[in-house]
Design a protein around this ligand. Structure first.
Ligand SMILES: Nc1ncnc2c1ncn2[C@@H]1O[C@H](COP(=O)(O)OP(=O)(O)OP(=O)(O)O)[C@@H](O)[C@H]1O
Ligand SMILES: O=C(O)C1=C[C@@H](O)[C@@H](O)[C@H](O)C1
Ligand SMILES: [Mg+2]
Length: 182
């Protein structure tokens, strides 16, 4: 049976990377990491605090370090949910290309807005017009998500479990191997 590589989920805020990543890691029997959470644990502070004290640059430095640490030294058998801005640095895109099967979870700007509207922990969305912010980010980032992704999965109008099943089926087809779905 082919060894299933690390699976890394990319996509905009609200695409469901954290939610779907957790579900597919359980089904595949892999360790789950959420890069935002790893960054917060390493810093001993939350993302809003890091943005406030160190700016977005400081956060991006921490993000690259955390990504490199995980792909180089962790189990090599994990599902990793990234933050929405992971594709902004070329060195991150290189790491993604070289070390994993990358899945882009696509969500329309309307869905991103709906799914992020109930929480306030995303500093980039603490603006007067989060829809305009999401749209601007999407225009820049959508081509970059596509550049790093092996698989693109549409998530609009789908329940998280159904998105997870679609991801698992696509990975299985891609690797032409068996994946245990519980
Ligand atoms: N397919 C879906 N259908 C409906 N709601 C969803 C779906 N996927 C995720 N959600 C909900 O949307 C919200 C955001 O999801 P989640 O935190 O997993 O996104 P994310 O991609 O990890 O975002 P971020 O980049 O900010 O970390 C959560 O409340 C989650 O329950
Ligand atoms: O889209 C982004 O740039 C971000 C997304 C979140 O997951 C966090 O990584 C942080 O809030 C930045
Ligand atoms: Mg997340």
């Amino acid at each position: 049976m082919t060894k299933v590589p690390n699976i890394i989920l990319v996509g905009p805020m609200g695409a469901g990377k954290t939610t779907i990543g957790r579900l597919i890691s359980q089904s595949m029997g892999k360790e789950f990491y959420d890069l935002d959470k790893v960054i917060e644990d390493n810093a001993g502070a939350d993302i809003s605090w890091i943005f406030e004290k160190e700016g977005e640059d400081g956060f991006r430095r921490r993000e690259t370090q955390a990504l490199a640490d995980i792909v180089q030294s962790k189990t090599q058998d994990c599902v990793l949910a990234t933050g929405g801005g992971i594709v902004m640095r070329e060195e991150n895109r290189d790491i993604l290309h070289e070390n994993a099967l990358v899945v882009y979870l696509y969500a329309s700007v309307a869905q991103q807005l709906y799914r992020t509207s109930k929480s306030t922990h995303r500093p980039l969305l603490q603006t007067g017009d989060p829809r305009a912010t999401l749209k601007k980010l999407f225009e820049v980032r959508d081509p970059l998500y596509k550049e790093v992704a092996t698989l693109v999965i549409e998530t609009d109008a789908r329940h998280p479990r159904s998105v997870a099943n679609k991801v698992l089926a696509a990975i299985k087809r891609h690797l032409n191997t068996e994946i245990i779905v519980s």
